[in-house]
Design a binder for this molecule. Structure first.
Ligand code: NDP
Length: 320
């Protein structure tokens, strides 16, 4: 079906301003498509809450996460991308052009890239929140290196927590694995491996009441409570890692595109969105919102690039 080309209809809108969305913006802006990037409640995505990123190619001395994502944004804007704050109130993906309602305005677009990311699940303790980046982290791959020879803990009882705990034994002198339940969701093989590791000590039926170190602005320990005995005690440590899962920011599209049982977009070829297994015309996805497996800045950027190239191809095929 040929697309309408009214001047008020945009060529592409990108939902999300993390590294997948901004990479998509750089590519589509350089293709002269003047993308509109919508940034939501976490501008810059997960990178904006990390500290030093040492594994993004091209930065031999590392780069601060917020600086990296700010540079991506500048690069996208240099080529004509517009970045605006917005919260989707309603969307109709079946319409052509696609209609996106942001409350204060309705945007019509020929294509959409959903790059709304996934948010780490936090415990929600005020002390935990205020120490993010100061010893509290939700990304072992990103921050593990800073805890060489230190005592740390990992919270959770699933595969993520086991994987993080195992990974962190490369750096830490000791890892406490703290789990609120008595049984585990982790697969047997990963659980057995973690349990057999000499550096990992398991504390089950245990909840964290507070992360200590708010005044010092650096994690110095935790206060925990055993749910069976009621015993409360403090443990001195320097790193506090969350491994209690991620929440993909795709709930909004429930019923409008296929999501998997955990709410991630069920993408085709890691870039096309579908509804009842059929590709949704003009609606693409990128980054963590469709990737529960890798969740790295570089893979998210790569996937933003893929979505942008598909947008160009789609518009070209439809006579743009
Ligand atoms: P899961 O949902 O499997 O596990 C989450 C864990 O966090 C549970 O043990 C849960 O406890 C705990 N938890 C959740 N909320 C809280 C809270 N508020 N306070 C304390 N604890 C909490 O998530 P994962 O991220 O571990 O795994 C997600 C998927 O990804 C799974 O399918 C997993 O197999 C897969 N995965 C695979 C890997 C691999 O194969 N290499 C690596 C990582 C993940 P409770 O049990 O008490 O509910």
């Amino acid at each position: 079906m040929p697309l309408t080309f009214e001047p008020t209809v945009r060529d592409t809108v990108i939902l999300g301003s993390g590294c997948s969305g901004l990479t998509a913006a750089i590519y589509t802006a350089r293709a002269n498509l003047k993308p509109l990037v919508i940034e939501g409640h976490e501008p810059g995505g997960q990178l904006s809450v990390t500290t030093l990123v040492e594994n993004f190619p091209g930065w031999p001395d590392g780069v601060q996460g917020p600086e990296l994502v700010e540079n991506m944004r500048k690069q996208a804007e240099k080529f004509g991308a517009e970045v605006e704050m917005g919260h989707l109130v309603a969307a109709d993906l079946t319409k052509s052009p696609i209609e996106l309602n942001f409350g204060s305005k309705v945007v019509k677009t020929r294509t959409l890239i959903v790059a709304s990311g996934a948010s780490a699940r936090w415990l929600g303790l005020p002390s935990e929140q205020s120490l993010i980046g100061h010893g509290v982290s939700s990304c072992a791959t990103c921050d593990g290196f800073f805890f060489m020879g230190k005592v740390i803990c990992v919270i959770g009882g699933g595969d993520s927590a086991m994987e993080e705990a195992m990974f962190l034994t490369r750096f830490a002198s000791k890892v406490y694995l703290i789990h609120r339940s008595a049984s585990f969701r982790a697969s047997k093989i990963m659980l057995d491996r973690a349990m057999a590791h000499e550096k990992i000590e398991f504390l089950t039926s245990t909840v964290v009441e507070e992360v200590l170190g708010v005044e010092e602005k650096e994690v110095r320990g935790i206060r925990i409570r055993n749910l069976e005995s009621g015993e409360v005690r403090e443990i001195a440590l320097s790193g506090f890692f969350l491994g209690i899962g991620h929440i993909p920011n795709a709930k909004f599209f429930e019923g409008q595109m296929d999501l998997d049982d955990e709410g991630y977009i069920r993408s085709k070829d890691n870039v096309f969105t579908t509804l009842n297994g059929e590709v949704l015309p003009g609606v693409f996805c990128a980054g963590d919102v469709q990737d529960r497996r890798y969740r790295q800045a570089i893979t998210a950027s790569g996937s933003g690039c893929m979505a942008a190239l598909e947008v160009e191809k789609y518009l070209e095929e439809h006579g743009r």
